[in-house]
Design a protein around this ligand. Structure first.
Ligand code: NAG
Ligand code: NAG
Ligand code: NAG
Length: 341
């Protein structure tokens, strides 16, 4: 456990920011399938492929008034044993020169070696300078969910409103800069990391909104990291939820397999080759006030109030996909995307 946590601190040091309060945890894969209980509830299959982690009450439909994640789940794939939230992103595919596609799987993060795929989840509760927690974060409420990004964005201009969705071309597993808004254009030795930082200001009233974004906002100026103030319309400070997803692009780095025109061969499961359409989904599901207690401790990675489970226990929590498709072989089309890109 200690080794795991000191690795976390070392990695974060490279990011250039420090936090007065921080949760960093690995979460292994729950499953990979075409469902999207937030954006297209009830649709199986949903329009594009996702990789999903967290509590095993995940379902095609998760009504915020009736689907109580902590009581319906019997296990979670996350290190925090009382976190039954669900977190998901699209899936990255590799397009070979012969026109067929292969899903790119995810790597376990540093300090969580042995974790089955999945991702790293952070809750940043305060900047280091804010030791007295003057900007103290309020935990999400039961039923809260949100989305960030624009799946249709294909230019930098369209992607800029979602200013903290980026990529890191990993030279090694601990590489944390530079970050780009577009998919890396050259082979990345250790993989491609996608970074998804959610908005950190809440209207204090709505658990969701029609586009799953209007009830939250980025700070009025600056960023969460610079302690930018929340706008008056969204006055409640939330922790900064962040995903790091490390795509194992290493098996696909042979230049002989890359396009002859010099373009890069990776494409999101929603047919985006630019990377500007990256997005993330979150359905809150911590048990009781477990998250608020950790925020109140406050703690930096080593959280006394966070009940944890082992990597073996995380990996043991899996859920049969409700939509069964070929997710491991070479395929002629990306599932659900009937036009090649
Ligand atoms: C998903 O929801 C359906 C309908 O409520 C239910 O029958 C099924 O057991 C649920 N599946 C899981 C994995 O919880
Ligand atoms: C296409 O290319 C990939 C990567 O080189 C290879 O593994 C696969 O077998 C090829 N598929 C076909 C149908 O040629
Ligand atoms: C924190 O609060 C203490 C006691 O109120 C005060 O002495 C100290 O200056 C504060 N520190 C910061 C960084 O604001």
């Amino acid at each position: 456990m200690f080794g795991m946590r000191s690795a976390a601190v070392a990695v974060l040091g490279l990011a250039g920011y420090s936090y007065a309060g921080l949760i960093r945890m690995g979460c292994s894969q729950l499953n990979v399938q075409r469902i999207d209980p937030l954006v297209t509830p009830g649709q199986a299959p949903s329009p594009h492929m996702h990789q999903l982690i967290g509590g095993n009450s995940l379902n095609v439909t998760m009504d915020h008034a009736t689907h109580d994640l902590p009581s319906l789940s019997t296990c979670t794939t996350c290190q925090a044993a009382e976190d039954f939230s669900n977190y998901w992103t699209a899936v990255l595919y590799f397009k070979a020169r012969n026109g067929t596609y292969h899903r790119v799987s995810q790597l376990a993060p540093l300090g969580f070696e042995g974790q089955n795929a999945g991702m790293t989840v952070y809750y940043m509760t305060g900047q280091l300078a804010d030791l007295n927690q003057t900007n103290k974060a309020t935990a999400f409420k039961p039923g809260f969910r949100m989305f960030v990004g624009d799946i249709n964005a294909r230019t930098l201009e369209e992607a800029l409103p979602y200013r903290q969705l980026t990529y890191t071309c990993l030279e090694e597993m601990s590489t944390r800069w530079p970050e780009t808004k577009y998919l890396p254009t050259n082979p990345c030795k250790a993989g491609i990391m996608s970074n998804i930082r959610f908005p950190t200001c809440w209207d204090g009233v709505n658990l969701d909104s029609p586009n799953h974004m209007d009830h939250v906002s980025y700070p009025e100026s600056g960023t969460f990291e610079s302690q930018g103030p929340c706008p008056s319309t969204h006055p409640v400070h939330l922790p900064q939820l962040m995903y790091e997803v490390i795509w194992d692009t290493k098996p696909f780095n042979d230049p002989a397999d890359w396009p002859e025109d010099g373009s890069q061969p990776f494409v999101w499961s929603f047919s985006d080759t630019t990377g500007y359409g990256t997005h993330g989904d979150y359905v809150f599901g911590w048990k009781g006030d477990a998250l608020q207690q950790i925020i109140d401790e406050p703690c930096y990675v080593n959280c006394q109030t966070m009940k944890t489970q082992s990597i073996d226990q995380m990996n043991a929590c899996t859920l049969k996909p409700q939509v069964v498709e070929d997710i491991d072989g070479w395929v002629k089309e990306i599932p659900g995307q009937n036009v090649g890109v």
